[in-house]
Design a protein around this ligand. Sequence first.
Ligand code: TRP
Length: 378
Amino acid sequence: MKKEGKEFKVTPYEVSGKVNYEKLIREFGVEKLDDKLLERIKKHTKELHLFLRRKVFFSHRDLNWLLDEQEKGNKFFLYTGRASSTGSKVHLGHLIPWIMCKWLQDKFNAEMWFQFPDEEKFLYKPEVTLKDTEKATHEDMLDVIALGFNPKKTNFLIDTKHAGLMYKEACRVAKKITFSTVKASFGFNDSTNIGSIFYTAMQAVPAFLPSVLKGKNIPCLIPLGIDQDPHFRISRDIMPKLGYYKPAILHSVFLPSLSGMGGKMSASKEYSIFTTDTEKQVEEKIKKYAFSGGQPTVQEHRKKGGNPDVDVSYQYLKMFFEPDDKKLQKIHDDYKSGKLLTSELKEILIEKINKFLKEHQKKRELAREQVDKFIFKD
Ligand code: TRP
């Protein structure tokens, strides 16, 4: 995709360049999450999560339909997932759809299905072993549990463990999707291994598995980073052919990498904040790498002011860490006027992230005892 001479790419297997979300909405054929729809959500939830208010979730598929069903008493369930592998630790960007799910679970008293496709990274990445992904999956479950999901209403599906339950359904999906469709959507070619080609069928299954298990059609809502949309663009089309609803989808933007160079926070770079980072690591990374919209010298900054729109620290506050709209506005204005320096802005962010991570890490440790309660027993 080209825009102003700059290219960007968004697929489940690569996100690069400076993403133009308006263009992505058109290319992917999704709908913008507009104020009217936000108001409709608010009727149910009474308030709007920061991720909705600030358009961190910016587009959707079939959300109006989902709310129609909800209003008729046909309650939906939530579904999202995480493909673990070593060398790909959970970072702040990963948490965005998961926090959204937890909030929606509370607001709608919805059941949550969380998939851990422990074969996905094994299939795509030559160096990853199944033993690696097994260990990483366990660690990543702790991050999910730490966010506070209700164990009575949350089910973890692990592809290799729940294969007996999922495989039949995956075959039903796979039979209806051609190689040429998958090839075009994911950029595969004739040398791509056949496991990778099949995988999208496994990711489709949890979107209707609860309907299979309960013997009736249940609407599904999938909050996800927009890079995952292609899996569902393909599988949504064929779900009615299998007798199920198409899942509704809510897409989030990517939390930018600290470098501000576009693309998303990446699991393998120093430009990311991981959930297991120490206070010191967070401080060092923000100070060293967080791209600044400030001026080169203090004098110049006082005179000309900074640019919050390109400043990564400000973006993190806006997208994640400062829920108070008034406080955020003041930070914005003070930075723009030059009253607030980059070093001061960074201090605000460092403190917020460390406060969040301290709590998260405590809950993450407690989660070690709870994993079993979350794994689906079939
Ligand atoms: N493919 C996703 C990843 O690479 C994991 C995943 C599985 C997922 N099921 C999902 C993501 C449903 C979003 C929604 O991490």
